[in-house]
Design a binder for this molecule. Structure first.
Ligand code: MF3
Ligand code: CO
Ligand code: CO
Length: 270
């Protein structure tokens, strides 16, 4: 399969699915407190998606090639967990940072977004990692326009992250998205300007950098899903789904609770 270009109908469908995914994160935010378990968060998210939004949680039973079916409705990745953490019965504790990654399916269209959350008061280092990873994602987003290349996005993210003393996870990347959860192209979070695929209006893909406080190396846990930093350093991730417009980008996974834009970002759609 090649990169799908979405038409007006597809874009309309994607706008809805993406907004719903962001609104799940808004809904969850007040619950992220010391003592709640990630299984409880998973149930809140599942019931909100199914009963209130009438959409499908895409991760549930998702089984890409070589993976066993994912057993929960959301991903919750805590502290040194990089991505794909599986909700469980362990309570969150003050000082934890966690990523919650939501993917909805509405009328067949997928919306994919994640944010970092702090559990009570967190360390200065943890807060800085979360904020820098948020800014790294936006450094990638603002590169999106027709004629730019995927390598421009990866380079902008890598340059910002490494310039601030962090490392970029290489093994996982952003992805095209639409009627499929993971479509072409792969959107690397590192790279060289002017390389790789040229962006064309109607492309929709995620930008979702995973940034580590320590070394970039990762490993997979025995559950077949959870990815952690090899050196157990903290890791953070943010994710938006982005449309290439005739003149720039439109961030699709926005909602009332989306965090304030970094100061270098002037617009969410252009
Ligand atoms: N939402 C993740 C992404 O951003 C994928 C999770 S796959 C799952 O691509 F099965 F773990 F949910
Ligand atoms: Co994604
Ligand atoms: Co995601």
């Amino acid at each position: 399969m090649s990169i799908q270009i979405k038409d007006e109908d597809g874009i309309r469908g994607m706008r809805v699915a993406c907004r719903l995914a962001a609104e799940v994160l808004d809904y969850l935010e007040p619950y992220i407190q010391p003592g709640i378990t990630t299984n409880e968060i998973d149930k809140l998210a599942h019931d909100y998606m199914v009963d209130v939004q009438q959409c499908i949680p895409a991760p549930l039973n998702y089984a890409p090639n070589g993976y066993k079916p994912y057993p929960k409705s959301i991903c919750t990745s805590i502290n040194h967990q990089v991505c794909h953490g599986i909700p469980n019965d362990k309570p969150l504790k003050k000082g934890d940072i966690l990523n919650i990654d939501i993917t909805t399916i509405k009328d067949g269209w997928h919306g994919d977004t994640s944010r970092m959350f702090s559990v009570g008061e967190t360390s200065i280092a943890a807060r800085r990692l979360c904020q820098m990873t948020f800014e790294a994602m936006w450094h990638g987003i603002v590169k999106v326009k027709p004629g730019a290349r995927l390598g421009d996005i990866g380079h902008a993210i890598q340059r910002f992250a490494e310039g601030n003393g962090f490392s970029v996870v290489r093994e996982f990347c952003g992805h095209g998205i639409g009627l499929g959860f993971h479509e072409e192209p792969q959107v690397l979070h590192y790279g060289k300007p002017g390389t790789l695929e040229e962006l064309v209006p109607g492309m929709i893909f995620t930008i979702e950098p995973m940034i580590n406080a320590g070394r970039r190396d990762i490993k997979e846990l025995g559950d077949g899903w959870t990815i952690v930093t090899r050196d157990h350093s903290l890791s953070a991730q943010w994710e938006h789904t982005v449309l290439v417009t005739p003149t720039g980008y439109e961030v699709l996974t926005l909602s009332a609770g989306s965090p304030t834009l970094p100061s270098f970002v002037t617009t969410t759609a252009c």
